[in-house]
Design a protein around this ligand. Structure first.
Ligand SMILES: NC(=O)c1ccc[n+]([C@@H]2O[C@H](COP(=O)([O-])OP(=O)(O)OC[C@H]3O[C@@H](n4cnc5c(N)ncnc54)[C@H](OP(=O)(O)O)[C@@H]3O)[C@@H](O)[C@H]2O)c1
Length: 348
C-alpha cells in the first residue's frame, strides 16, 4: 500500500445517507472505503490532497437539508462524501498556485484523499510555526468570521458593552478576546458550567453565564448589562435574540453571524421584539465569512503575533480518526464540543 503518486489506494470517506430532518444523528452518515488514484487525471486542472484535519461547522447542517430554498452553499448529495473546510497536504497539482508538498486549508472532501477540481476556497499555508490544526479555526474560516463580524460589522469603540452568545465555540471564544483587546466590556453565554469557567478564567471575558440555567433571559441580560448592550454578536437566534432586542442601547449593532438554535427545526421560531430596533436605531446585519477573505492576510498579520505572544488563547476539541467525524459533527448541535471541534484524519 504505497503512497506514491499513480498508485491506487484505499480512501476512507464519510457519506451522507439521505437528507436530514430534525437533529442530525451519527447514523445519518456512514464511513466506507473506496479507492483513489494518487495522480491527477490527465488534462485536469486541480489539486489532489491528503486530508490532515477536518473542521466541524454548524453551516454544514444546512447542507444536509433537502434544498427547498436557495442557499449560499450547495446541499450535500446523499450517497456522496460530505465536504467542508479542512487542512490538507498537496500530493499532486496541475493548478498554477499549488505544488506538491504545499500545505493548504479550504474546502475539501470528508475523506482521506481528495481531488479538488475547482477549488471553492483554498489558501496556501505560509505560517507553519503555529499549530496546523488552527487553520480549521482561529487561522481559518471561523477566525475570519470573528474578525470581520466583530470589527467590520460592529465598528467597536473602547468601553462599549459587548455580548457574545455561543461564546466558548470556534467563533465566540475569539470574538470575546478580540472585543477585550479593543477595550470593550464583554459578557458571554454558553451551555455548561465548564464553558462558563473557560470564558471567565481562560478567555478573559468580564462575565459569563449559563443560558440553560436562566429561566428568564431578559432578566439575565439586565443583570449583566444594567446599562444595555452596544454590540451583540449573534450566534444562536431564537429566544436569545428576542431577549437581546429588549436590551439594546441606542445606536447598537447586531452582527448576525449564525442562528444555531434554528438549524434543526422545520419551522423557525418567530422574532417578537424586532420593533425595538426602530426607537433604539439598532443596526442588524448578516454576513458570511467568504465575503471577507480578501482581508485574510491583514487578519493573519494581527492574529499570529497575538497567538505567539500568548495574548490570544484558542481551545480546540479534537476527535481522532475519520470514523469519529460523524459523531463530532452532530455533537456541535447539542453543545458537546468544548472549543473548536475538529477531526484529525492524519498527522503529516
Ligand atoms: N456567517 C458566517 O460566515 C459563519 C461562519 C462560521 C460560523 N457561523 C455561525 O456562528 C455560530 C457559531 O459557530 P461555531 O463554528 O463557533 O460553532 P461552535 O460554537 O463551536 O459550536 C456550536 C455551539 O453552539 C451551541 N448551540 C448548539 N445548539 C444550540 C441551541 N439550540 N441554542 C443555543 N446554542 C446552541 C453549543 O454551545 P453551548 O454549549 O454554549 O450551547 C455548541 O457548542 C453558528 O451559528 C454558526 O452557524 C457563521
Amino acid at each position: 500500500m504505497a503512497s506514491e503518486v499513480g498508485v491506487v489506494i484505499h480512501n476512507k470517506q464519510v457519506i451522507l445517507k439521505d437528507y436530514v430532518i430534525g437533529s442530525p444523528k451519527e447514523s445519518d452518515m456512514f464511513v466506507t472505503t473506496g479507492t483513489i488514484q494518487l495522480k491527477l487525471p490527465h488534462g485536469s486542472n486541480g489539486v489532489l490532497v491528503k486530508t490532515l484535519y477536518l473542521s466541524c461547522d454548524p453551516y454544514m447542517r444546512g447542507r444536509m437539508k433537502k434544498p427547498l430554498l436557495p442557499s449560499f452553499v450547495p446541499p450535500f448529495e446523499p450517497g456522496k462524501p460530505l465536504s467542508g473546510y479542512g487542512v490538507a497536504k498537496v500530493l499532486d497539482s496541475t493548478h498554477p498556485e499549488y505544488k506538491e508538498g504545499d500545505l493548504v486549508w479550504g474546502t475539501t472532501g470528508w475523506e482521506e484523499y481528495s481531488l479538488i477540481v475547482a477549488p471553492v476556497v483554498l489558501f496556501k499555508i505560509e505560517h507553519t510555526d503555529v499549530p496546523l490544526s488552527y487553520y480549521t479555526g482561529i487561522l481559518g474560516m471561523p477566525g475570519v468570521t470573528a474578525y470581520a463580524g466583530f470589527f467590520e460589522i460592529c465598528s467597536p469603540k473602547k468601553g462599549e458593552y459587548v455580548y457574545v452568545s455561543a461564546a466558548s465555540g470556534a467563533v465566540g471564544q475569539l470574538v470575546g478576546q478580540l472585543a477585550k483587546s479593543a477595550g470593550c466590556y464583554v459578557v458571554g453565554s454558553a451551555g455548561s458550567k465548564e464553558k462558563v469557567d473557560l470564558l471567565k478564567n481562560k478567555f478573559g471575558f468580564d462575565e459569563a453565564f449559563n443560558y440553560k440555567e436562566e429561566p428568564d433571559l431578559d432578566a439575565a441580560l439586565k443583570r449583566y448589562f444594567p446599562e444595555g448592550i452596544d454590540i451583540y454578536f449573534e450566534n444562536v437566534g431564537g429566544k436569545m435574540l428576542d431577549a437581546v432586542l429588549l436590551n439594546m442601547r441606542i445606536h447598537g449593532r447586531i452582527s448576525v453571524c449564525g442562528m444555531i438554535s434554528q438549524y434543526n427545526i422545520e419551522n423557525p421560531e418567530g422574532v417578537h421584539n424586532l420593533m425595538m430596533i426602530i426607537g433604539k436605531r439598532v443596526r442588524m446585519e448578516g454576513f458570511v465569512a467568504g465575503d471577507y477573505y480578501h482581508m485574510y492576510t491583514k487578519y493573519l498579520e494581527l492574529v499570529i503575533p497575538l497567538i505567539k505572544e500568548g495574548k490570544i488563547i484558542y481551545i480546540e476539541d479534537i476527535a481522532e480518526g475519520l470514523e469519529s467525524a460523524p459523531g463530532a459533527l452532530v455533537g456541535i448541535f447539542s453543545g458537546r464540543n468544548v472549543g473548536k471541534q475538529l477531526v484529525v484524519v492524519a498527522r503529516e
